[in-house]
Design a protein around this ligand. Structure first.
Ligand SMILES: [Cu+2]
Length: 142
C-alpha cells in the first residue's frame, strides 16, 4: 500500500512537471501566385518549446478570402496536395512548412498585395492560442 501511494505521488509530480505547449512561428514567407485567382503558398517554421503537444487549428492570411492547412503526398509519383482539418505539433518539436511538405494555401489574395510587401498571418492553436507573424511576400518560384 505504502508503495502504491508513493508510486502515485511520483506519477502526479511527473505530470505536473510537464511544461505547457508554447508554439512560436518564424521565417514566414508568402509566395505570391502570378495568376489572379490561383492560391499562394505560405511557408514558415513552427517550434513547440513546451513538453505538451498542441494542435494547429486554423490560419488566416490578412486580405485573403481563406487560408487552409495542406500537406503534400506522393501518389504514384504525382505530388498531390491534401487539406488537413488540423495538425498536431508534438512537444519539443520543430515542424517546417516548406515546398513539398506541409504548407498553408492562401486563396483569394487581393491584387493590391505585391512582391516586397508584408502580410500578417494569424495562426490559431488549441493551447497556445493565436500567434501572429509577418510574412514577406516573394514571387512564386523565386
Ligand atoms: Cu496546397
Amino acid at each position: 500500500m505504502r508503495h502504491a501511494i508513493l508510486a502515485l505521488f511520483t506519477l502526479v509530480l511527473t505530470a505536473c512537471s510537464q511544461s505547457p505547449a508554447e508554439v512560436e512561428v518564424s521565417n514566414a514567407t508568402l509566395y505570391l501566385h502570378p495568376v489572379d485567382g490561383r492560391p499562394s503558398a505560405v511557408y514558415f517554421t513552427l517550434e513547440n518549446t513546451g513538453d505538451e503537444s498542441d494542435i494547429f487549428l486554423s490560419v488566416e492570411v490578412a486580405g485573403a478570402e481563406r487560408g487552409e492547412i495542406h500537406t503534400t503526398e506522393d501518389q504514384n509519383g504525382i505530388a498531390k496536395m491534401i487539406r488537413l482539418p488540423l495538425l498536431e505539433i508534438p512537444g519539443n518539436s520543430v515542424v517546417s512548412f516548406e515546398r513539398g511538405s506541409y504548407h498553408v494555401m492562401a486563396f483569394g489574395m487581393p491584387d493590391t498585395v505585391k512582391v516586397g510587401d508584408s502580410v500578417t498571418v494569424s495562426l490559431s492553436f488549441e493551447k497556445t492560442g493565436i500567434v501572429k507573424t509577418t510574412a514577406l511576400v516573394k514571387a512564386l518560384g523565386s
